[in-house]
Design a protein around this ligand. Structure first.
Ligand SMILES: *[C@@H]1O[C@H](CO)[C@@H](O)[C@H](O)[C@H]1NC(C)=O
Ligand SMILES: *[C@@H]1O[C@H](CO)[C@@H](O)[C@H](O)[C@H]1NC(C)=O
Length: 821
């Protein structure tokens, strides 16, 4: 109302001014948008023209731009709105906005300027060019951040133009209205409260622009604020602690568990990456985690015996670097994957067989790495062994003997120790101890026989083994290494070692001398076998050594006596009957058995038909009646032969005188002796001669000794007597004495140079009688003793002396025969 009054007042004021200067200018002010036909002004009044003039002058309006907003009413003399005037269209923001035109009159020509000022009315509301405005604002935007808003446009001018803005709601933003230099106003949105995408992802606001009209006009625009996510949330694990159990030895790739974390942020800020934290590098060699899913798998070897549980810190990290951690506790479950292990800590091997009970043989340590029942171990050995296992302390056992041991029964044992755990399935281990028993000398040597007998042929070669004894010893080694010794018992009055020796190694028994059956027929010796133990054990065996006879002696003719020069003859009276016993050839053989079984044969005879010799008894008898034609001198050669292999023999010449008187015989036998001499071997004769010469030399040299000898022999001869039916044998046969003296014991290491007739005792009673009578006091036995060179020399000398003696004796006999002649 007030404004309307003011408007009229101003309009009135302008009209008055125009009227004042009608001659030149007329001015009007009209509001825009007046209706058609509305009167702008009255020309009559304002210019002073009347209707006539208007008509006569044919008044009209002239405009330079030919716009015809206003028309002239000639009748009324008024200017009227011909066309609606929009100030904004006509002038825009130019103010003031005026229409200029002229009223032209003719007759006379008159020109009047008219200015019509168009006054603004609030006919336009402010207008936003966009229907809505969109903003993307990060939630991390700081308070006070400014966001320019599009301005609204109001074509009205002056007070009708844009005056102000309003924003609603204003819980997060406030508005700041600013003016540009040209006076236009614009607004900025200022962040007043922090945004949180997680609470409100979008804000809808309305910006309203008001102009200054009365009433004011307004218009609004929508503002959409989208809150952009900022990485303001850390990932969060669903559990702070995960606990899983997994059997050991699970293969690679076994799924263990899955951890998960959530991140309230959006997009990449909400993307979570899982990893093991730095301090879990032990676990990371065994497990891995999938970065995007959080799945944990086995990648290494799980061994309960090494690590019983793993504690892993798992981190979940988003792209912005925010993180959370959780613990994953992985407990391994033991499996019976380890067999017990038996180790021998100490071992006594071998042990002596006489070890007492409970002797410790070995110390064992048995371990099983598994735990619980899987690690509980039982340990045993076979029941049939004489050993047992004794637990000593935890995991330690001792293997001890449990019975009496005997190496000779079982020399070694394979002791298999078995350890088994109590897992399912159980696992076991074996260990074998190869135990040897060492020998103890608990067995004496044993001979397979209690008694041996062996035989040696006489005249054996000393040193040739004739028997080997062998004992055995159940022990071993030195305890079974046997040596053989001869027990040095007295044997035939001497030490046994004088006769025999035993090879200590081989047990071979040898004679150390040559035996003479005729002297010794058997021996009983003892051989001891001794082992090498400590102390030693020994046993003995007796050995019966038989000496076997050899036909080493030829028969010896005892009668008739054969001498080189002597002539003896048996007398056979011519009246003798058939079967007359002429004489008996007496011979002995010092051998025994077959070797001494003598037979007699006539070898040569003057007249074979006259005499015969008893094959076994040697009796010479006549086989026919003696006649006068038979020669006085009869000569028989009798062969005495033993039954040995080969046989040995001797011959004896028997002279028989077939005569009735002794002178007859003597006359015949002078010849006979000459014949006899021829008959004798010439060599023997020369030998006798040579020996006589040698003897002679001895006589000259050792006259005194020979004299004594001769004296002795003579005395002995006086002792010689005839025995029984046999004729008197005036002296001892030289050959026999020779054999006896040196023939049977030829060996150099014998000192027994003086022949004894004792050995002949059992062989021939006859001979014994003779020898007892003749030589019993003559013989001396020397005890054998170690032989030296001096001894040899002495022996040789004795031999020679003896021979000389014999030869002297023979010589003496020869002389005697010659004396008889
Ligand atoms: C012990 O075992 C070995 C081989 O391992 C074998 O030669 C020996 O004969 C066995 N001894 C016994 C007494 O079983
Ligand atoms: C031989 O051994 C036996 C026991 O076997 C013993 O009685 C005897 O005395 C021993 N003989 C000799 C000569 O050592």
């Amino acid at each position: 109302m007030w404004r309307l009054l003011l408007f009229f007042w101003r309009m009135l004021f302008f009209c008055m001014i125009v009227a004042d200067v009608a001659a030149a200018h007329v001015r009007y002010s009209i509001p825009e948008e007046m209706a058609m036909g509305s009167i702008v002004g009255n020309i009559f009044q304002d210019v002073g023209l009347d209707v006539q003039r208007l008509k006569s002058g044919r008044a009209r309006i002239f405009t330079e731009d030919s716009s015809e907003y206003i028309a002239l009413n000639l009748d009324k003399g008024t200017l009227e709105i011909k066309q609606r005037i929009d100030r904004e269209e006509r002038c825009g923001q130019v103010s003031p906005c005026s229409l200029h035109f002229q009223i032209i009159l003719n007759n006379p020509m008159e020109l009047h300027h008219v200015d019509v000022e168009i006054l603004d009315i609030n006919d336009n509301a402010p207008v936003f060019t966009k229907r809505e405005m969109n903003f993307d604002i990060s939630e991390s935007a700081v308070k006070g951040a400014r966001f320019p808003l599009d301005s609204a446009k109001d074509p009205d001018v002056g007070s009708n133009s844009l005056r102000t803005y309003k924003l609603s709601p204003t819980d997060h933003f406030k508005l700041s209205i600013l003016s540009r230099p040209d006076g236009t106003k614009y607004a900025e949105m200022i962040l007043d409260a922090l945004l949180d995408r997680e609470m409100h992802e979008q804000h809808k606001l309305t910006l309203t622009a008001y102009d200054g009209g009365d009433p004011p006009k307004s218009s609004s625009v929508r503002i959409n604020v989208i809150v952009l996510d900022a990485n303001d949330n850390a990932p969060v694990f669903s559990q702070s602690r995960y606990k899983v159990t997994v059997p050991e030895n699970s293969p690679r790739g076994t799924h263990i568990t899955q951890v998960s974390a959530t991140d309230a942020d959006k997009g990449v800020n909400g993307e979570v990456v899982y990893s093991f934290s730095q301090n879990s590098d032990v676990a990371s060699s065994v497990f891995n985690i999938q970065a995007n899913t959080g799945e944990i798998h086995v990648v290494g070897a799980l061994n309960y015996e090494k690590v019983k549980q793993y504690e892993i810190d798992v981190e979940a990290t988003d792209k912005g670097g925010l993180r959370d951690t959780c613990k994953v506790l992985i407990e391994l479950v033991d499996l019976n994957d380890n067999a017990p292990v038996i180790s021998i800590i100490s071992l006594s091997n071998p042990i002596p067989e006489d070890s007492p009970l409970e002797t410790t043989i070995a110390m064992l340590n048995i371990k099983d790495l598994d735990s619980g029942m899987n690690g509980q171990v039982k340990c045993f050995i076979s029941h049939d062994l004489p050993f047992k296992i004794k637990p000593s302390s935890l995991n330690f056992y001792s293997l001890v003997s449990n019975d009496i041991l005997d190496r000779e029964t079982v020399p070694e044992y394979n002791i298999t120790i078995t350890a088994i755990d109590e897992g399912t399935p159980p696992r076991s281990a074996n260990k074998t101890i190869h135990l040897k028993l060492s020998d103890v000398n608990d067995h004496a040597p044993v001979f397979p026989r209690t008694f041996y007998s062996a035989s040696i042929t006489e005249n054996n070669n000393p040193g040739v083994p004739f028997l080997a004894v062998k004992a055995s010893d159940e022990d071993s080694g030195n305890n079974a290494r046997l040596s053989y010794f001869l027990e040095d018992n007295p044997l035939k009055g001497m030490s046994a070692s004088a006769f025999f020796t035993v090879n200590a190694e081989s047990g071979e028994i040898m004679a150390v001398r040559s035996f003479d059956y005729e002297q010794t027929k058997d021996f009983v010796i003892h051989v001891k076998a001794q082992d090498g133990g400590s102390p030693t054990l020994s046993s003995n065996v007796s050995i019966h050594v038989l000496i076997q006879d050899q036909n080493d002696n030829a028969p010896q003719v005892l009668y008739p006596v054969q001498t080189g020069g002597s002539v003896l003859a048996e007398m056979v009276p011519r009246s003798a009957d058939v079967g007359y016993l002429v004489t008996k050839v007496v011979a002995v053989d010092v051998d025994s058995g077959q070797n001494a079984w003598l037979s007699y044969k006539v070898h040569k005879a003057t007249d074979r038909a006259l005499f015969e010799v008893g094959l076994h008894n040697g009796e010479i008898r006549t086989v026919r009646q003696v006649t006068d034609k038979d020669a006085v001198k009869q000569r028989l050669t009798v062969l005495v032969e033993d039954n040995g292999q080969p046989s040995r023999s001797a011959t004896v010449i028997v002279n028989v005188a077939v005569a009735d008187s002794f002178p007859e015989v003597l006359s015949e036998f002078t010849d006979f002796s000459m014949h006899d001499k021829e008959y004798n071997d010439k060599l023997t004769f020369y030998l006798v001669l040579a020996l006589a010469v040698v003897s002679f030399l001895f006589i000259t040299c050792l006259l005194l000794i020979i004299s004594v000898k001769v004296y002795r022999w003579r005395q002995e001869r006086l002792f010689f007597k005839s025995n029984g039916a046999l004729p008197v044998i005036p002296y001892y046969p030289p050959l026999y004495a020779d054999v006896d003296g040196s023939g049977t014991l030829k060996q150099a290491f014998s000192y027994d140079v003086c022949g004894t007739t004792d050995s002949r005792k059992s062989d021939l009673k006859f001979s014994r009688q003779i020898s007892q009578n003749t030589l019993s006091g003559d013989c001396t036995r020397t005890v054998p003793r170690p032989k030296t060179d001096l001894d040899n020399l002495l022996a040789e000398f004795e031999g020679i002396r003896e021979k000389v003696t014999v030869q002297n004796w023979s010589l003496y006999c020869g002389l005697r025969v010659l004396a008889v002649k």
